[in-house]
Design a protein around this ligand. Structure first.
Ligand SMILES: *Cc1c(COP(=O)(O)O)cnc(C)c1O
Length: 387
């Protein structure tokens, strides 16, 4: 059976050119970047080239503002815990949105249990943060505002520049989890003005287990992972050289194709969305209709459980998900959709389609053909269903 992958926000297939670029760093260029001999110097050089590539992808002024990590979760942890620790004499208050990824939300929860104060700012029905509430939440004890750039479940893009402006008036750092934005839309740390930004390789056709944290020069942050003097004393541990080379290559590819790919993929996404809306009754788009990632559409199918739709699509060879891969298995309604005012019942029946470079028009049409009968069959079995 043909298999169709519509779950690119969970992870992307590693680009073949990325794999090709990484392979020599396993079998011949295997030096430890901290070694001073030729083997080490080769590895070091590759890391610094990748660092410059990541800096260029997000328009960071200086490559040394990029610290390599093991991925988005670690970058979020590093940013939040690192600033919380470094500024603990200045304040103890952290602000986040109510639609953060668990890597941010649970990190803030942990700090909350350990003496920090945390405020979650509400969002509107599209998932956009309430800027007035944000403004009023800031106190002279606030040390960090952390807001996701583009939401992983709905694709909604947050008004980061406005957030930075509000934070700047009070001298508060801004961190953004840009894991879903990087590689899909233009991300420019100079234009945005953020102090810290998380990204992850496997969300833009790089390898899993490697990411980066952008730290604006001069930002006060304490290392979380301690040990050797790697990454200018900011993140200890022998560098994942193949992974770092891979994420660098993925950055290069993303920059080359971004606008064209975004147009192509949003065209496919809109075709899918229209097709579903036309052929299936009682659906609801979750997320902002336009201020949204080009590849994402999150749709609720009333009266149904998202899991049963996933399983039925899976039997047809189609991979989709409910909100977030990281929360699946919990069977709780998505905290993101609930925060947007979606009812628990409607939220339970939501499916996220997240498209990518490997998808084609024929695949969209296949899903539009299969889905109506799946939904109809499931609805007939649903005790909640009424036409
Ligand atoms: C995937 C994801 C993460 C976690 O990144 P990993 O590299 O998988 O640890 C964090 N935030 C968002 C928004 C994500 O989509």
């Amino acid at each position: 059976m043909k298999r169709i992958y519509f779950d690119h926000n969970a992870t992307t297939p590693t680009h073949p050119d990325v794999v090709k670029t990484m392979l020599p760093y396993y079998d011949s260029l295997y030096g430890n970047a901290s070694s001073i001999h030729q083997f080490g110097r080769e590895a070091k050089k590759a890391i610094e080239e990748s660092r410059a590539g990541i800096a260029s992808l997000i328009n960071a002024k200086r490559p040394d503002e990029i610290v390599f990590t093991s991925g988005g979760s670690e970058s979020d942890n590093f940013a939040i815990r690192g600033v919380a620790h470094a500024l603990k004499n200045k304040g103890d208050h952290i602000i986040l949105s109510s639609i953060e990824h668990l890597a941010v939300d649970n990190t803030c929860k942990f700090l909350e249990k350990n003496g920090y104060r945390v405020t979650r700012i509400p969002v509107d029905k599209y998932g956009i943060i309430d800027l007035n509430a944000l403004h009023s939440a800031i106190t002279d004890r606030t040390i960090l505002i952390t807001v996701i750039y583009a939401n992983n479940e709905t694709g909604t893009i947050e008004p980061l520049k406005d957030i930075v402006k509000i934070a700047g008036e009070k001298g508060v750092y801004v961190h953004t989890d840009a894991v879903q934005a990087v590689g899909k839309i233009k991300v420019d740390v100079e234009d945005l003005g953020v102090d810290l930004l998380s990204l992850s390789g496997h969300k833009f056709y790089g390898p899993k287990g490697v990411g980066a944290l952008y730290i604006r020069k001069g930002t006060k942050i304490t290392p979380v992972q301690t040990g050797g003097h790697h990454e200018k004393n900011r993140r200890a541990g022998t560098e994942n050289v193949p992974g770092i080379v891979g994420i660098g290559k993925a950055a290069q590819l993303a920059m080359k194709n971004m606008d064209k790919e975004a147009r192509r993929i949003s065209g496919l996404r809109d075709r899918l969305q229209d097709g579903i809306e036309k052929s299936i009754k009682q659906t609801k788009l979750n997320g902002h209709p336009t201020d949204r990632l080009p590849n994402t559409c999150n749709i609720s199918f009333e009266y149904l459980e998202g899991e049963s739709i996933i399983l039925n699509l899976d039997m047809e060879g189609v991979g989709v998900s409910t909100g977030s891969a990281c929360t699946s298995g919990s069977l709780e309604a998505s905290h993101v959709l609930l925060a947007m005012g979606v009812s628990a019942q409607t939220a339970q029946g939501s499916i996220r389609f997240s498209l990518g470079r490997i998808n084609t028009k024929a695949e969209i049409d296949y899903v539009i053909e299969k889905l109506p009968s799946i939904i109809e069959r499931l609805r007939k079995m649903s005790p909640l269903y009424e036409e």
